[in-house]
Design a binder for this molecule. Structure first.
Ligand SMILES: *Cc1c(COP(=O)(O)O)cnc(C)c1O
Length: 380
């Protein structure tokens, strides 16, 4: 079967700047500064500035950005960290890697983002931080978060792995909390040619601790003041990201305009129980993913829709099919089916449609027509 609309197409962003990318790679090869080189500090400054934050510290992955970032904020053994069950598993792994105790909470059924009322009920004297995940490219409300953190006297640590340059209420992703984690996994809105991540923070002490933690815990060469790790963003990857960063906001707008077209063309399907996850961020949503819900009132099930779309040459995804609290590797956390009903319901109903810069109007039409045909077929 031929693929008519792929789920993502990275060639569309890489081929137009291929010469530039190759020059950037060659530059690093001729300089030879592969670890902690010039292009890395350039990218750290540029990405932090673009996000409205003072300091950026490049690390080997988004997962490490969460784990090391929490440790740099002095969060670890004996501390509880609140996070949503509806997120990619890396958010949870980051917390356990840091040695802290993860406390999962449910999500809002309209936005799929962390439910702050549920989070309030999960506060204990041991709660040190909350990790809002700006899921699918939409930020958790900064005003509500700051209110929440003030009321409970805890730290905000943002998981912005899906939210590069997303905005809400005048804040950019990564500028709300004490620190924030980003990922440059190839298919993120800003992606490297391999793994990569970054911690952003306004706090010079946290930045200094991060620089030490990612570099064997060294405060200066061969003096190891903490139990660090080896987790640096490669200079090569950073220089690739230096080429892509100036294009990011254009790519984000392109995603947003595709999302608007999806929204418009999907509107008639609301009557049969198919609706997009709500956007409460206007143009500040950067649509890392475009996610729809297939309600239980819909006569077709999510799996059937996905299979038939696949047969029609349209690739889709599910983000995510199993909420964190039900992951088999984390049964030791003691959660049960039924603990987080909204996250569980969403995991059964959501479907991510093709979304990437360069998705064409006719491809969007193709996706919508295919959905309409499939949903229509099911009526007979
Ligand atoms: C991708 C992602 C991460 C982890 O990033 P890696 O670079 O793959 O380690 C963390 N949280 C969320 C929400 C993500 O989507």
């Amino acid at each position: 079967m031929t693929i008519k609309v792929p789920f993502v197409d990275l060639k569309l962003q890489n081929l137009p700047i291929q010469t530039q990318l190759q020059t950037a790679i060659n530059d690093v090869i001729s300089k030879g500064d592969f670890i902690l080189g010039q292009a890395l500090s350039d990218f750290e400054k540029a990405f932090a500035a673009a996000s409205g934050v003072e300091y950026g510290i490049g690390v080997a992955s988004g997962t490490d950005a969460i784990s090391l970032g929490l440790q740099a904020c002095n969060i670890g053994v004996g501390d509880e960290v609140i996070l949503p069950s509806n997120t990619f598993i890396a958010t949870l792994i980051g917390v356990t890697d840091a040695g802290a105790k993860p406390v999962l909470v449910d999500c809002d059924d309209q936005t799929a983002l962390i439910d702050l009322e549920a989070a309030a009920k999960a506060i204990t004297p041991k709660t040190k931080a909350i990790i809002p995940v700006h899921l699918y490219g939409q930020m958790v409300s900064p005003r509500q978060l700051l209110d929440f953190a003030n009321t409970h006297n805890i730290v905000i640590f943002e998981d912005a792995a899906q939210a590069h340059l997303a905005e809400k209420e005048g804040y950019k992703a990564g500028s709300v909390g004490l620190a924030a984690a980003f990922s440059f996994y190839p298919s993120k809105n800003l992606g490297a040619f391999g793994d990569g991540g970054m911690v952003l923070t306004q706090d010079p002490q946290i930045a200094a601790k991060m620089r030490s933690l990612r570099n064997y815990g060294a405060s200066q060469k061969y003096v190891h003041t903490s139990k660090g790790v080896n987790s640096r963003l490669d200079t090569l990857q950073a220089n690739i990201l230096n080429q892509k960063l100036p294009l990011l906001s254009g790519w984000n707008s392109d995603r947003f305009s595709s999302a608007q077209k999806y929204d418009q063309q999907l509107a008639p399907l609301a009557s049969v129980g198919i609706t997009p996850i709500e956007n409460q961020s206007g143009s500040g949503h950067i649509y890392h993913l475009y996610v729809i819900k297939i309600d239980h009132s819909c006569h077709i099930k999510r799996q059937e829709l996905q299979e038939k779309l696949n047969l029609a040459g349209i690739q889709t995804g599910i983000h995510y099919p199993i909420p964190c609290h039900l992951q088999p590797g984390f049964t030791d956390l003691g959660y049960q089916p039924g603990d987080f009903p909204q996250a569980e319901k969403l995991s059964q109903q959501i479907l991510s449609l093709p979304m990437y810069p360069g998705l064409t109007d006719s491809q969007i039409k193709e996706v919508i027509n295919a959905i309409q045909t499939i949903v229509g077929d099911g009526k007979h």
